[in-house]
Write a protein that binds this ligand. Structure first.
Ligand code: F0G
Length: 463
């Protein structure tokens, strides 16, 4: 008998959430232009929009909040953060930022020159937007398996060395300021990169003189997958695996809002003193002093403590296990999802779910709206709307057209997951009744945040 495991924590504070009526939800989603980003959170029952900034902090983190040293410069909480980053990530130089994209902005401005190429293991929206804004061209060098939702490769986030070599040979290493290496890969479905791949990529990049900037946003979850799946790693603590992973990189951008279990915060870290020095010059312009980077002292303290909690093996096993618990129910019901089930979310494959809706009519956006209407569960589109447009104005039409059911850390119980599974399975049974959408307002950048839609053919809901 497989013994069941429960949460490695108990609940001290609760936050009530409202169950809404179908009429209420119909009005709310229409007012939101059928875009789940534009819903008010009060109208949402179970919020799976994102795992970003939505974690429940521990009592130890809350205790740390009371120890905020709100000095303009040299706050003791900055030193606690620096210590945690040196200890757990291994980078000597750290600059706090208000969140991950603050660090992406700074590193892109420092390292990218107009005309440069930035290879990456699949794009992330804000990361690529900052690279392009600095004049760079993003080049996808992830293995092809990552673009196939049903391919069960255990490390779908791996870099394809052949593609990387081809790019370096074609444009020259001096046109490539860094390889952007995400662990895990969000847009591929929260898929990990193997240690072996990181080792090989690092050897190649060192030989060609190209630095590796890691997007370490979900690096602890990546370490857990390595422990679980990679030969010889099962007995190592995730903490050790993580340290080895990052030893193959030259620095990182980090959103503290994910793995480090805080509601706001991020940082830029590097091994290179001159990059650090340039970053200290830019951070004062855009974020704040290098010793707070847009954060209150208490926020840095909470992040420092969260960084130490995020590498706990029992926590990570439970965390990844809860995501899997939801995904497994959907798989058993024949719902098409991205496999293997990723680290922070279950991704519905909207193309297979709704084969009758063309990609130009945004099937993933339509499915996310239908899910909200059915049960008040809020999900996020990660497909054609998120991919946006090329510099020439055409849509990307990415191969992956997905709805992300993103699980906040330590927030919901498995019973909440059951409610989500029931709703998705209901929609799947009635999928032929879901219609596509027409985009009626489109902002020029990162359009998914604020675009508005209307249903084609009137009826959007499953009933
Ligand atoms: N990199 C990755 C892989 C991310 O998933 C995110 C944010 C960022 C960078 C940017 O960090 O939000 O702190 O500025 N992802 C959120 C999400 C928004 O919902 O996936 P940020």
């Amino acid at each position: 008998m497989q013994r069941r495991q429960a949460e490695p924590y108990k609940i001290k504070v609760v936050e009530p959430i409202a169950v809404t009526t179908p009429q209420h939800r119909l009005r709310a989603i229409a007012e939101a232009g059928y875009n789940s980003f534009l819903l008010r959170s009060e109208d949402v029952y179970i919020d799976l929009l994102t795992d970003s900034g939505t974690s429940a902090m521990s009592d130890n983190q809350w205790a740390g909040m009371m120890l905020g040293d709100e000095a303009y410069a040299g706050s003791r909480n900055f030193y606690a953060l620096q210590e945690a980053v040196r200890d757990i990530y291994g980078y000597p130089h750290v600059i706090p930022t208000h969140q991950g994209r603050g660090a992406e902005h700074i590193i892109s401005q420092i390292l990218i020159r107009p005309g440069d190429y930035v290879p990456g293991n699949m794009y992330f929206t804000t990361t690529r937007a900052h690279q392009e804004r600095a004049g760079g061209t993003f080049v996808d060098v992830v293995i092809p398996e990552a673009h196939d939702p049903q391919n069960r490769h255990p490390f779908k986030g791996n870099v394809h060395l052949g593609k990387l070599r081809e790019l370096v040979d074609r444009v020259g290493a001096d046109r490539i300021p860094y390889l952007s290496l995400a662990v895990t890969v969000n847009m591929a479905g929260g898929q990990p990169v193997s240690l072996d791949n990181m080792r090989q990529v690092s050897a190649f990049c060192r030989e060609r003189g190209i630095r590796i900037m890691c997007d370490a946003t979900r690096c602890a979850e990546n370490a857990y997958f390595i422990k679980e799946r990679e030969a010889g790693q099962a007995d190592r603590p995730c903490r050790d695996i993580l340290k080895e992973m990052l030893s193959y990189t030259d620095g990182c951008t980090m959103s503290g809002k994910k793995d480090p279990l805080v509601n706001i915060g991020g940082f830029l870290a590097t091994r290179e003193f001159d990059v650090y020095q340039k970053a200290t010059q830019l951070v004062v312009l855009f974020e704040g002093m290098p010793s707070y980077g847009g954060l209150a002292g208490r926020d840095m303290e909470a992040m420092a403590r969260g960084i130490r909690e995020m590498v706990d093996d029992d926590y990570l096993a439970w965390r990844i296990g809860q995501v899997r618990y939801l995904g497994q129910q959907l798989l058993e019901a024949g719902v098409p999802i991205v496999e293997p089930i990723g680290g922070h979310a279950v991704y519905l494959d909207a193309r297979s779910f709704l084969p009758h809706i063309e990609q130009a009519q945004y099937p993933a956006q339509a499915l996310a709206a239908a899910l909200y209407l059915d049960s008040g569960v809020r999900a996020m589109e990660r497909g054609n709307v998120s991919a946006g447009r090329r510099p020439d104005g055409s849509e990307y039409f990415p191969r992956l057209e997905m709805v992300r059911l993103t699980i906040p850390r330590r927030v919901y119980t498995d019973r909440h997951m059951d409610v989500v599974a029931d709703s998705v399975m209901t929609l799947h049974r009635r999928r032929d009744r879901i219609q596509g959408l027409n985009m009626i307002y489109e902002p020029p950048t990162l359009r998914f945040f604020t675009a508005r839609f209307e249903p084609l053919g009137g009826m959007l809901a499953a009933d």
